[in-house]
Design a protein around this ligand. Structure first.
Ligand code: DX5
Ligand code: ZN
Length: 217
């Protein structure tokens, strides 16, 4: 069964609490939280206090996607803010193995995200240590961008590594997913599907999530 992970980057920040509360009743499975520092990506979103403020609003797991330089500096803060999964970018961390083990030392799931231009082969040695791999299907920084088609091939490559080295690995995909391409990413092997604009558009969260789940079949 796939899981839909709405990215709250596309929520209405003036009523963020209400939107997050709705997700649980609207068949969402995970809350995807995009943290941007204006350095690793050319945009600034929100940080630790915002995550803390919505933690008690929902029981859904928090999937925290850190688009920040040297994420190792802030892991403990994000754990305390309520993260269940912490994803760091391969490109943002010179000591990725140390950071992954550090995340896991808190009993939180650890994941690596790869930018579109980063090959899957860089994961080969570390994959047994990971709980999840996130394949970016847009260049990170903004919601509402177009799906980069070669991401599907990369998902398949991660799936091959999963078969060989880590059968419990979760494969997540993020960026430009909608009802037209969700089936392709699921068939390629993705199980956690991040969707921002496709979930929050027109304010019909429940209908949008149900349409995505239906289109994935
Ligand atoms: C991009 C973020 C994504 C993004 C997804 O940097 O990591 O999570 O918000 O939004 P859509 O689904 O609109 O591409
Ligand atoms: Zn994201």
């Amino acid at each position: 069964m796939i899981k839909i992970a709405p990215s709250i980057l596309s929520a209405d920040f003036s009523k963020l609490g209400e939107d997050v509360k709705k997700l649980e009743m609207c068949n969402a499975d995970v809350v995807h939280i995009d943290v941007m520092d204006g350095m690793f990506v050319p945009n600034i979103s929100f940080g630790i206090p915002v995550i803390k403020s919505i933690r008690n609003i929902t029981k859904l797991p928090f999937d925290v996607h850190l688009m920040i330089e040297e994420p190792g500096r802030y892991i403990e803060d994000f754990v305390k803010a309520g993260a269940d999964i912490i994803t760091v970018h391969y490109e943002a961390d010179r000591h990725i193995d140390r950071t992954i083990n550090y995340i896991k030392s808190f009993g939180v799931k650890a994941a690596i995200a790869l930018n579109p231009g980063t090959p899957v082969s860089v994961l080969k040695d570390i994959i047994p240590s990971l709980d999840m791999v996130l394949i970016m299907s847009v260049n990170p920084g903004f919601g509402g961008q177009k799906y980069i088609s070669y991401a599907s091939k990369k998902i398949k490559e991660v799936n091959e590594l999963k078969e060989e080295y880590n059968k419990n690995l979760i494969i997540e995909v993020d960026g430009g997913i909608d009802v037209h391409n969700i089936k392709e990413v699921v068939q390629s092997g993705a199980e956690y599907i991040v969707a921002g604009s496709a979930v929050f558009k027109n304010g019909n969260i429940e209908e949008n999530i149900n349409n995505l789940k239906e289109a994935a079949k």
